[in-house]
Design a protein around this ligand. Structure first.
Ligand SMILES: Cc1cc2nc3c(=O)[nH]c(=O)nc-3n(C[C@H](O)[C@H](O)[C@H](O)COP(=O)(O)OP(=O)(O)OC[C@H]3O[C@@H](n4cnc5c(N)ncnc54)[C@H](O)[C@@H]3O)c2cc1C
Length: 518
């Protein structure tokens, strides 16, 4: 076929670039002469952002599809296990208020909605604790599996915390050495186009023009192709999600035996929140806040006060890296023969680690839907844009839910977040439904939803158990089934609490012995 797609050119070598390169190269056999050729160009002068440390369970499938050994990945990228997120001080702001968003679905999720049964009799337990064993595992710092579990297999569904810089370097080596991705370290400048607007080639400083059939913009906040070249408008979401600045820092452990948290800890502050991620060798901590609601000086002092409890007086002298964030997305992501992935396509605050999962989803969709030729490309692009506009909108709704379900009144940041003018209509509609019934699969019925109804339940009922007042009676049969499910959850919790090692113990064993290969 004369116009068949043979060569994909990716500009940018951060997580977006390498995940996209690896996913396409693995599926399309790039190291064979018949396969699709993949070239990645990375600027030697522009650093990767290097702060994305929290992932979703989808990452296990993404790595496995690229033929990566989980043991190698864990050893080389300073990886720990992540079993969800703990939100502290998000409900009322009291020091002891917290709730969990675990990664395991509620017990019997596809057969029964346990919410109304829990609401009738909560047995003194939080929603997530009553319906899912994972909160207890996290509270005890336990791992999600055993050293005898095969690679990527789970006892409890899990994701990872990782060192973003090491991850990009690890993927780069794997893509080049194992998957046949061609790599150029160079700056892309001029973009050469055809009359119809398609990109023919990108011009590099030292390697001349690099031509291709499909170009993937993974240039991060530079948004070189989709933004600067194609001038696709950027739609700000700052009126919905106010966070626009980050202060990040890496904190070494005081000693090599300190616990490694099995979950991301997110602690609400006066005008934002602090993330705390435990890796095997250090913690990654950062404060994201709204510059409209607080100053950098006040945000820094809140972060120092937070660090004081673990590192004492050293917290007064640590230096923070400031990162400006512009929350928003491109109006479309695929135009002509160019598609944007990662921060070039959009960025929202990292509250639920949704950036890397969106990159994985984009890379999978592009590789599985790779147009056979130019004639098919506009159809694929149209579907892609529709799907990804939907995905971004759902993530915006989901993140906003965390703020509006809060009862905090202490600062303008929290009060402004509940102003109806800042809440998307799609979320207002869902909230109206959820006053009378809990979130369910009818609300999120697409095959590739980023967050399932279970996630919405965990947030909503973690923060406000009385939000939903359903007047539908439960049948005797449902009541019995619910009792069985609650009992089953108690049994599984006890069993796993006895059987599972701590996060640190398992990570040490992976380093020493490795998992058995699948
Ligand atoms: C504070 C903060 C916390 C975050 N936390 C999380 C998290 O917990 N979980 C999560 O999923 N995500 C998180 N993210 C997002 C995550 O870090 C990114 O989505 C991810 O790293 C992908 O970045 P990227 O590859 O799109 O861009 P980058 O890492 O910025 O890479 C851009 C690449 O483009 C190249 N480039 C730029 N210009 C040119 C040019 N002219 N020629 C050639 N190459 C060029 C650069 O050299 C670089 O290689 C966070 C982001 C921030 C800001």
């Amino acid at each position: 076929m004369p116009d068949s797609l043979k060569h994909v050119v990716i500009v940018g070598g951060g997580s977006a670039g390498w995940i996209t390169a690896g996913t396409i190269a693995a599926l399309h056999d790039s190291h064979s002469a018949q396969g699709i050729q993949v070239t990645l160009i990375e600027s030697p002068d522009v650093n990767i952002i290097g702060v994305g440390e929290g992932t979703w369970p989808t990452m296990r499938g993404t790595l496995q599809k690229m033929g990566i050994s989980e043991t190698d990945f864990m050893r080389e990228c300073d990886v720990s296990f992540k079993q969800g997120a703990k939100f502290s001080q998000w409900i009322t702001g009291d020091k002891d208020d917290f709730y969990y968003h675990p990664l395991v679905l509620p017990q019997g999720y596809f057969d029964i909605d346990l919410f109304k049964h829990w609401q009738k009799n909560d047995q003194g337990k939080s929603f997530s604790d009553a319906v899912c064993f994972q909160e207890q595992l996290c509270e005890k710092g336990l791992a999600p599996k055993l050293i005898s579990s095969p690679e990527y297999a789970a006892v409890a569904n899990y994701a990872y915390h990782l060192d973003a810089g090491k991850f990009a370097a690890f993927l780069k080596a794997h893509c080049i050495n194992k998957l046949g991705v061609k790599y150029l370290s160079d700056n892309v400048g001029r973009i050469n186009t055809k009359d119809n607007g398609d990109i023919v080639s990108v011009n590099t400083a030292h390697h001349g023009d690099i031509s291709g059939d499909l170009f993937v913009d993974c240039t991060g906040f530079s948004s070189l192709l989709i933004g600067k070249h194609f001038q696709i408008p950027f739609i700000s979401k700052k009126d919905i999600l106010f966070i626009d600045t980050a202060l990040a820092v890496q904190i070494p452990y005081e000693n090599g035996h300190d616990d490694i948290a099995s979950h991301t800890i997110s602690t609400a502050q006066s005008s934002g929140w602090i993330w705390d991620i435990g890796l095997p060798s250090r913690r990654g901590v950062g404060h994201v806040y709204s510059s409209r609601h607080t100053t950098q000086i006040d945000a820094e002092s809140e972060l120092r006060a937070y660090l004081q409890s673990t590192i004492g007086e050293k917290s007064q002298t640590v230096k923070f890296r400031k990162i400006d964030i512009n929350p928003g997305i491109r109006e479309k992501f695929w135009v002509n023969n160019c598609v944007a992935v990662g921060m070039a396509a959009g960025f929202l605050e990292p509250l639920e680690a949704s950036a890397l999962v969106m990159i994985e989803l984009a890379a999978t969709t592009i590789s599985e839907q790779l147009p056979a030729n130019r004639a098919c490309m506009d159809i694929v692009a149209k579907n892609y844009n529709e799907q990804f506009c939907y995905n971004w909108d759902r993530i915006i709704d989901f993140l906003k839910l965390h703020y509006i379900a809060s009862k905090r009144e202490d600062t303008a940041f929290w009060r402004d977040n509940r102003n109806p003018a800042t809440i998307p209509q799609s979320l207002q509609d869902l909230l109206m439904l959820w006053k009378h019934r809990s979130p369910c699969e009818y609300d999120f019925s697409r095959k590739r939803e980023v967050f399932s109804a279970a996630s919405y339940q965990y947030i909503l009922y973690g923060m406000d158990f009385a939000f939903t007042q359903s007047n539908r009676v439960t049948t005797e049969q449902e009541d019995k089934m619910a009792e069985r499910m609650f009992a089953e959850n108690n049994n599984i919790t006890e069993k796993y609490l006895q059987a599972l090692p701590t996060n640190r113990e398992l990570i040490a064993k992976v380093r020493d012995f490795g998992f058995s290969k699948v």
